[in-house]
Structures are given as C-alpha cells and as structure tokens.
Design a protein around this ligand. Structure first.
Ligand code: ASP
Length: 341
C-alpha cells in the first residue's frame, strides 16, 4: 500500500528537483485576467513561474532550465532530442530526485509518448501543463506545477516511467491524451484511467503503469511518417503524394475498430507493396484496434496500433522505423514490435 507523504515526513534536506521549461500556456499571458482563450503562449520565463508558487520551497530544492519557449503546436524533433539530452544530463547528477517538464497541452501527449519510448527513467520524469494562461483568473498552472514537483520528488513515483501530472491527476505518459479544447480536466487516459492523484501533499498511486520496456534510441535521422484520415468519400491523392515523396510509414486515423474506406485502402495497399509501413489507429478516442486475424492479413500491410491514438502511434512508428528501417518490409515483425510498447 503506497504511503502518504505528510509534511512531517519531508526530510530536513529537501529533494532536488529540476524543472525543464519548454513554454506553452502554463507560461502564457493575456492582456486581461478575464481572458482564458485569447492570450499568447510561451512568454513568461521559468524563473517567474516558480516564483509564483511559494509553497514549492517546502517541497523541494528546485532548479530550472529554460530549454525552449514555444507554443507546443510548433513542437519539433530537434526539441525532443534536446529534451532527451537534458534529461540524460540531469539524471546523471547523483542527487537529482526527479525532473519536471513544463509543456504546452496541445502536443504534450506526443512528447510524453516520445519520452516514454526513449527514456530509461531511473528517476521520475513528470510532464505538466496548464489550460489557462498564468495571468488568468483561477490559473491552473501554479497548482499543476506544485503537484508535478511533489510527484517528481516522491519515492512512490520511482520506477513508474514518464508521468503526466495535471488537474490533480497522475497519468502514464504512454496513455495521457488531451480530450477537451478548454476545460482544466482536459487530460484523460482512455485505456485504463489515471495512475493516481495528488491532493495537497498526499501523493497516491492507485494502479501501476504497463511494465517498463527497453528504451528505443533517440534517432539521429528521422524517417518521414505521416497521418492520414479515413472518412466519407476520401480521395487517394494524399496517400499517393506521400508515397511519391518517399514516406516510410503511414498511420491511418481509421474509423471505428480500424475500418478504412475502400478507396483509401486501395491507395494504402499500393503504398504497402512499395514497402511503406501502414498502421491503423482508431479515430474514436478509445479502445483497441483488433490485431490482424493472421500473419497473412498482416502481410497485407494493414497493421494495428492497438490502443494508441493516431498521434501516439505515429511517434512509435517513427522511432521503430528509425531504429530498424528493415521493419517496413516485414509487417509480421513490425506488428510484434508495435504490440510491445
Ligand atoms: N497552444 C498551447 C500550447 O500547446 C496550448 C496550451 O498549452 O494549453 O503550447
């Protein structure tokens, strides 16, 4: 049974936690405190964000690094690589208890997936964010930041891999996804729910994440992997153009349990015959896409991303193809790898 951490249990020497800031709405500001929809993301430096949360001083010795200052809609492979390098640096410092990453909510689920797949996480790596800018009434960023540091410093968070702490909930980085445009409870874990919660200084894990996996390498060269949607009356133009452009993998945001329109399916089958890895993820937002019924069906090129949404499935396919380009021509082995994470 996980223990609660009460103030009396905080050691005299507080744990050291490093905050890596990347921007987002948590660092956003608006002209008017009443505005939570019209504002500029990524304007407030991390030092000012920390100063706005005085209770942090009772939780951890916090140090901060401004790794980037962007709206996360503009996330890049270069920034993912930079984050991985800073995590490696700080993890190697003997007395760092945990790492917090402040991030925009828009693509947080992709960065969380990238870090889940690439980081060994001997110490907790915790992403946090905010739905309202720092200047708004009832800004959610300060509490989210405090809770993220509480989790990063907590012994029970060790061995749980990459975590997302937001709106008092603790999610697995693999599972967390943004499911609302503006509500502060925008993040959900559709497959199994959150791992736990934070209530003031009480950090409680109620379930374990999936078992840890051997990390995939951070690519030095990133293959082209794109997402296309299946919907009423699609054309094959996008898939044909991607194949002509040298795409290595296509994730289909498929209907329901992985259904693909016959027109799009024809184009994808042609791409698969040219060696493009084709993976179906569901556009529904929850549930597993059934595995191909047989190895023969898998060889047809229509693999399953299981419960990963199209954006998370794309990150996995990117990293798998970067690590082993031959997987694109081996759907049976690729399906096994997709199912392992
Ligand atoms: N556009 C912002 C971002 O992702 C939204 C947010 O952080 O809530 O950086």
């Amino acid at each position: 049974m996980p223990a609660a951490s009460h103030p009396a249990q905080i050691p005299a020497q507080l744990p050291r936690v490093v905050v890596l800031a990347t921007g987002g709405t948590i660092a956003g500001s608006a002209g008017s405190a009443a505005s939570s929809a019209h504002y500029q993301a990524a304007t407030v430096p991390v030092g000012a964000l920390l100063q706005a949360v005085p209770p942090l001083q009772g939780v951890a010795r916090v140090e901060a690094e401004q790794v980037a200052q962007i709206d996360s809609k503009d996330m890049s492979f270069a920034l993912w690589s930079a984050l991985a390098a800073r995590i490696a640096y700080w993890t190697a410092q003997p007395d760092v208890a945990g790492i917090v990453i402040t991030h925009g909510t828009d693509t947080l689920e992709e960065t969380a997936m990238f870090l889940h797949l690439t980081q060994p996480c001997p110490i907790p790596v915790v992403l946090t964010a905010a739905m309202r800018p720092s200047t708004s009434l009832s800004a959610d960023g300060p509490l989210n930041l405090l809770d993220a540091v509480r989790v990063a410093a907590h012994a029970d968070a060790r061995g749980k891999g990459v975590l997302v702490v937001i709106n008092q909930q603790i999610h697995a980085g693999r599972d967390a996804t943004k499911a609302h445009t503006s509500a502060v409870n925008a993040f959900v874990s559709p497959s199994g729910g959150p791992l736990g919660f934070v209530q003031d200084d009480y950090v409680r894990f109620q379930r374990a994440p999936l078992p840890a996996i051997a990390p995939l390498p951070v690519p030095s060269a990133w293959p082209m992997v794109e997402i296309v949607g299946s919907y009423a009356e699609p054309s094959r133009v996008v898939v044909d153009a991607l194949a002509a452009a040298g795409v290595r993998g296509i994730v289909v945001a498929a209907a329901g349990n992985g259904s693909v329109h016959e027109v799009l399916g024809g184009a994808l089958a042609d791409a698969a015959r040219q060696g493009v890895a084709v993976v179906r993820a569901s556009r529904t937002g929850a549930g597993h896409v059934a595995l191909p019924a047989s190895a023969r069906a898998a060889v047809g090129g229509f693999l399953s991303a299981l419960d990963l949404n199209p954006y998370k499935a794309r990150v996995l396919l990117l990293l798998l193809l970067a690590a082993d380009p031959s997987l694109g021509a081996d759907p049976v082995r690729l399906q096994a790898r997709l199912a392992a994470f």
